[in-house]
Ligand binder design. Sequence first.
Ligand SMILES: *Cc1c(COP(=O)(O)O)cnc(C)c1O
Length: 383
Amino acid sequence: MRNLNKDITNKFIPSFDLTGQIRLLQNQLTDCYCKVLSNGSFILDKNVKEFECSISKLCQVDYGIGVASGSDALYLSLIGCGIAPGDEVITTPFTFIATANSITRAGAKPVFVDIDTKTWNINPELIEEKITSKTKAIMPVHLYGCPCKMDSIVSIAKKYKLKIIEDSAQAIGSKYQDKSIGSFGDTGCFSFYPTKNLGAFGDGGMIVTNDSKIAEKLLLLRSNGAKIKYYHDILGFNSRLDELQASILNVKLKYLNQWTVKRRNIAKLYNELLYPRIIDGKLPIQLPIEPENAYHVYHQYTIQAMDRNKLKSYLEQAGIGSTIYYPKPVHLQRAYIQLNYKLCDFPVTERACNEVLSLPMFPELTEDEAIRVANSIISFYAQ
Ligand SMILES: *Cc1c(COP(=O)(O)O)cnc(C)c1O
């Protein structure tokens, strides 16, 4: 009897779950891909155009260019901005590897700058000391959906005539000083990987820009260098968002704003439940913050916690999923051994890797579930 009760109250709360969203949209989604099938046009047609138009509107920019993934959005942006072998691009070591890989793929060298302790985003105060005659661009990452301090980054870029390529993969819909993330840089890059705030049923990406020359070049780059089929002006690639994914994204985009509001409400609830205990000195954890003048879209609700690994196991035992984004910084990855970085090069990043934990966060997470998560964290530290 007792066990049965326990099973009900301990129903597993996953870190992330798409089933609720898919159930809600089942009919609309089935409809939209039936239409694509009967149309029989799968590459660069009206669904992609509509989606490019909607995202450029959402970001208040002139152009949106659909590409195959967020990784490709970053890579094509670098090529589109003229970044070439021998150049250096400044970025954060506390990100998904794709950020740095796009720079490496372009033949340039990623130069890392440590992060801010409160937001875990690149620390603008440490950027200037890393600028050399080879530096050509800055690639800030709006980690977890929290906007970087773009006023500082833009003014540094202006001073040194650097390009800005925003890795906005986790931050669609977020804003800084009332301006959309993705619209500060020469380009802004989005990912529609299934678990992102706006996710496709496969890979997809988008580049946004206000620069007509860059937009023009990106259109060539994604289609083997051709504007007119079989007439190739430059060396390009095959990197396109396809009609099926775009049709799904067109349906889902209508819900993005309300999903973001739900994410923000969950974050607010976590804050309300945990903050008083921190003030009381009972919780050795740091909560995420929403910087002044920022609109955070909470792709993740990430805490920095003492005894993180033990907390994670404890939550798992209590039927609660959690995830570590990211357990190992980019500068210490074996894939980047040739850059000769070492332990202690970026202490704030390295500490974050050992202490961050992302709690369950998706629009369909219920209030009761969030309360259970918070209570489990509180009881772990009360032991
Ligand atoms: C997801 C992600 C990417 C890559 O996007 P893909 O669509 O998976 O290629 C790049 N940067 C960050 C910060 C991401 O979270």
